[in-house]
Design a protein around this ligand. Structure first.
Ligand code: 5GP
Length: 220
């Protein structure tokens, strides 16, 4: 797959982006499990319209989850078939299940002014970033590892100590990848963090790369 810069126009089959006027509004948000990422994204959606990239996954739906809403829930065979067809910009094997971001899910962002959120892990971030170096990326940090531990225990009171230890160790590895992201949001206070996320995205909208249309309309 060629490296794709937003100043070019991408198309599904790996062709280059052509005559792209502005860069698309795509943002990756990653965090260790329990950092409060989903709560922040929901809070952000209350103050600005967002679109979500709906990933494919081989994991089973949890209570209340619907196919085509939280994820496209597919069998392993279907996932492999799509992967072989080149449908995914990235795939990752997480907690014994496959996850993948399809090209289709991000192409829609070209037509929209709203931010498209990619809620993906650090490996997904690295793959997408390799293909699309100009993408905006935000890492959400928990206030401390103790708070993270409390949140994991609150979510899964019956978790055994081995799994808890494992989760915290994975979280530390993920946090060490935060250096690679553009922005860091420390999730100590939900309102403040939502405000910071919105501030980042509002500033990003003012970047020259996103205002080529405007400049051209006044000088060309
Ligand atoms: P969950 O199964 O709890 O919804 O998600 C587990 C993890 O998978 C989360 O860290 C989430 O960000 C990540 N994830 C969800 N979809 C994708 C995807 O398409 N690609 C990658 N790389 N990670 C994903």
């Amino acid at each position: 797959m060629p490296v794709l810069y937003f100043s070019q126009l991408y198309q599904k089959n790996g062709g280059f982006f052509v005559n792209k006027k502005n860069i698309p509004n795509i943002v990756i948000i990653s965090a260790p499990s329990g950092a409060g990422k989903s709560t922040l994204i929901k809070g952000l959606n209350k103050i600005m319209p967002l679109k979500y990239s709906i990933s494919h996954t081989t994991r089973s739906p949890r209570a209340g989850e619907k196919d085509g809403v939280e994820y496209h829930f597919v069998t392993l065979e279907k996932f492999q078939e799509l992967s072989q067809e080149g449908a995914f910009i990235e795939t990752a094997f997480i907690h014994s299940n496959w996850y993948g971001t399809s090209w289709q899910s991000i192409l829609s962002s070209h037509e929209s002014e709203d931010w498209l959120i990619l809620d993906i892990d650090i490996n997904g971030f690295r793959s997408v970033k390799k293909n699309m170096p100009d993408i905006v990326s935000i890492f959400v940090l928990p206030p401390s590892l103790d708070v993270l531990k409390e949140r994991i225990l609150h979510r899964q009171p019956l978790i055994d100590s081995f799994e808890l230890h494992e989760r915290l160790s994975i979280a530390k590895t993920e946090i060490s990848a935060a250096f690679e992201y553009d922005y860091i949001v420390l999730n100590q206070d939900i309102d403040k963090s939502v405000d910071e996320l919105s501030f980042i995205l509002r500033c990003e909208k003012l970047r020259c790369l996103r205002r080529h249309d405007l400049i051209r309309s006044l000088c060309c």
